[in-house]
Design a protein around this ligand. Structure first.
Ligand SMILES: Cc1cc2nc3c(=O)[nH]c(=O)nc-3n(C[C@H](O)[C@H](O)[C@H](O)COP(=O)(O)OP(=O)(O)OC[C@H]3O[C@@H](n4cnc5c(N)ncnc54)[C@H](O)[C@@H]3O)c2cc1C
Length: 403
């Protein structure tokens, strides 16, 4: 078996993993980014999502800059160069940046290609983790050419669901199956007639009616519609409940497709519409939350708590997609933010393992705020810098990295 070495090994190339790899390489660390799929961006690419959340401070003033600097700010500026008409948008009480996944991919490519110390292995999965004395001493990866070992200095788990930390034997929390928040499956719909904003109200109204009549499952009423790039285009984010196993996932997809059929049969504007694309998979809002040295709580978020080792700021509300009540929002005080400390990224019981993105150490409620893409980008960047610091200086957090 071939053996190579990386100062920093980043597992998972979603938005957090790309930011982690770029940040580590910029600090001079020999970095390897390992991604199981054939594309980068994770849910941010494959999910057919339309808005990057968590980039801005919430308040009455339209934000002109991002709440976290660094890679989040660069991503916004590069996206704006590709599409200068793109503007920050207010939805309800929050600000979001509309984006297209192809633009995001192109921005990520340009950031990654600029780094000479960075090697990207796509279609390659981490399958085994070797531990000696609370330290990861080997990572086995597998692709179509076979398996090989990478000896890492520091490992950053950006796999969304904490796959690498779990392989390493780290503790984690996960909600009980019956308490899991609604998952999402996105349909790109073309051929909608006279798309206007009233459709965004009509769709949930029709779905609520269908669920009252028991024609559609109850939770499907919590689906939403947002406009696409063309006048006849819309994105249906369908709320589904997923039972365990491949059959459960297939049932969720069938459920989601029934929403489009129902709307096409009942709503004049949907009559000639068709499904032009779907998200790659049913996407779970909740996964494993890897236990770190600190676990962020709902109270930390709602009291806008600051930490002496805070590394990322966030103002995004707690969003709980309850399967009986729909979305419940709890807001951070206006014009204020909370901080995420480095302890949420340091995996408990391991000397050289960090996690970033969706799987950091937070309570179920706190995850409802920390999981958005803007925040995941900054978490990834901070993890990458911390890992490189550890290689160079022996410490994760240097005073200049505190916020
Ligand atoms: C239904 C839904 C709707 C959402 N809507 C929005 C929205 O509108 N705006 C917003 O900002 N956020 C939204 N989010 C949240 C956000 O998209 C995700 O939480 C965020 O993108 C997570 O990024 P990540 O990098 O942590 O993980 P992911 O995007 O999950 O990336 C993880 C990557 O790791 C790879 N991987 C997994 N296991 C391995 C392994 N063993 N080896 C190698 N690679 C591996 C995967 O292939 C994947 O590419 C939504 C989430 C869901 C579920």
């Amino acid at each position: 078996m071939i053996k190579t070495h990386a100062d920093v090994l980043v597992a998972g190339g979603g938005v957090s993993g790309v930011a982690a790899a770029v940040a580590a390489a910029r600090q001079g660390a020999r970095t390897c980014l390992v991604e199981g799929a054939g594309f980068l961006g994770g849910i941010g690419y494959s999910g057919l999502l339309r808005h990057i959340c968590g980039l801005y401070l919430n308040g009455d003033t339209m934000p002109v800059e991002t709440i976290n600097k660094g890679i989040a700010e660069e991503v916004v500026s590069l996206l704006n160069k590709l599409y200068p008409d793109n503007k920050v948008k207010k939805i309800g009480r929050v600000y979001v940046l509309p984006y297209s996944r192809e633009d995001l991919r192109s921005v990520f490519d340009s950031l990654l290609n600029a780094e000479s110390k960075l090697q990207v292995l796509s279609n390659t999965t981490v399958v085994l983790v070797k531990i000696t004395d609370e330290e990861i001493t080997g990572i086995t990866v597998e692709n179509s050419e076979g398996k090989y070992d990478i000896v890492p200095g520091v490992v950053i788990d950006c796999t969304g669901n904490g796959e690498v930390s779990t392989l390493a034997g780290a503790d984690f929390d996960i909600s009980l199956p019956e308490e899991l928040q609604l998952a999402g499956y996105v349909l790109r719909i073309k051929g909608i007639k006279d798309y206007d904003e009233t459709l965004q109200i009509k769709v949930p109204f029709y779905l609520a009616e269908a669920s009252e009549k028991k024609v559609l499952s109850f939770y499907l009423r919590f689906s939403t519609l947002s406009p696409g790039d063309a006048p006849d285009e819309g994105y249906l984010k369908i709320s589904v409940v997923v039972a365990d196993g491949p059959e459960g996932r297939q049932r969720a997809i069938t459920d989601a497709l029934s929403v489009h059929r129902y709307l096409a049969d009942r709503l004049e504007q949907f009559k000639d519409s068709y499904i032009a694309g779907t998200s790659q998979a049913v996407m779970q809002r909740e996964g494993r939350r890897i236990r770190g040295e600190y676990t962020l709580t709902e109270d930390d978020i709602l009291s806008a708590r600051k930490f002496s080792d805070g590394i990322v700021k966030n103002s995004w509300p707690i969003e709980i997609w309850d399967r009986n009540k729909g979305t419940i929002y709890k807001y951070v005080p206006k014009d204020d933010y909370y901080e995420i400390p480095i302890g949420c990224l340091k995996v408990k019981g391991f000397k050289n393992l960090l996690c970033a993105g969706r799987c950091i150490s937070v309570s179920r409620e706190a995850l409802g705020s920390t999981r958005v893409m803007g925040t995941c980008i900054s978490l990834g960047e901070q993890a990458g810098m911390a890992a490189a610091n550890k290689i160079k200086h022996g410490n994760y957090l240097l005073s200049e990295n505190k916020i």
